[in-house]
Design a protein around this ligand. Structure first.
Ligand code: ATP
Ligand code: MG
Length: 214
């Protein structure tokens, strides 16, 4: 089943970042996007995940064009089906890590998975305030928060950037396993080429084009 389909995307900020970008994501598929710093990877991920509107082209999620969706439908899809893990996390700082997960639990009506907390090795700090956690712990809490809602598509922008190699590998294994088990899709932006090549498809954003390498 097609989860996401992007056609003819282009976007410009101070300069043209990319044009003519096309991408398809199917159930169970994992895609990596690599490219130099400043090439527009995060911008592209923001467009694909409905956070930003492209200058040209279209993005469809589950067969529906985002620009033609009602606000209500788009809100439902964002709440239930899309999991966004970005370079900077968006946890509520005044809350504990666990309270952040509870917010997600309520919004998406799915249960916090204790095994997930164990695998992310955050069960010991889960009741601490977000501001008391290390950067890597905060990153793992934001991953737990996103996984709690069991999204159909994971958008991950350098999700393991703050983690040591071993923890990063374990966290990535969790994502890959999740996609296999739930038949979900993932679009991963990373600077780590080894990690990128663990995805089924690899694209590179270079010279304002998105080219498929693998
Ligand atoms: N909201 C914005 N307004 C204006 N310019 C922006 C905005 N967001 C990004 N840019 C610019 O667009 C370019 C691409 O940024 P982007 O964050 O997409 O790059 P990236 O490939 O993700 O880089 P990195 O690997 O460093 O994360 C940069 O020059 C950046 O300054
Ligand atoms: Mg980026």
């Amino acid at each position: 089943m097609n989860l996401l389909s992007a056609n003819n995307l282009s976007h410009t900020f101070e300069y043209k970042l990319f044009s003519d970008v096309a991408l398809e994501l199917n159930s169970g598929e994992t895609i990596a996007i690599i490219g130099m710093s400043g090439s527009g990877k995060s911008t592209l991920l923001h467009i694909l995940s409905t956070l930003l509107t492209q200058d040209e082209g279209s993005v469809s999620l589950f067969g529906e064009d985002i620009e033609k969706m009602s606000k209500k439908r788009l809100g439902e899809i964002k709440r239930h089906d899309l999991g966004l893990i970005f370079q900077s996390h968006y946890l509520f700082n005044g809350f504990s890590a666990y309270e952040n997960l509870e917010v997600s639990e309520i919004l998406s009506q799915s249960k916090i998975d204790e095994i997930l907390l164990e695998r992310l090795k955050i069960q010991e700090v889960i009741h601490n305030r977000v501001t008391k956690l290390s950067g890597g712990q905060q990153q793992r809490v934001s991953i737990a928060r996103v996984m709690t809602k069991q999204p159909k598509i994971i958008f991950a922008d350098e999700p393991t950037g703050n983690l040591d190699n071993k923890t990063a590998d374990e966290v990535m294994e969790l994502f890959f396993e999740y996609c296999r088990d739930k038949n979900a899709g993932m679009i991963l932006v990373t600077h780590d080429e080894n990690l990128a090549h663990k995805c089924q498809k690899v694209y590179k954003l270079e010279d304002r084009k998105l080219q498929q390498l693998q």
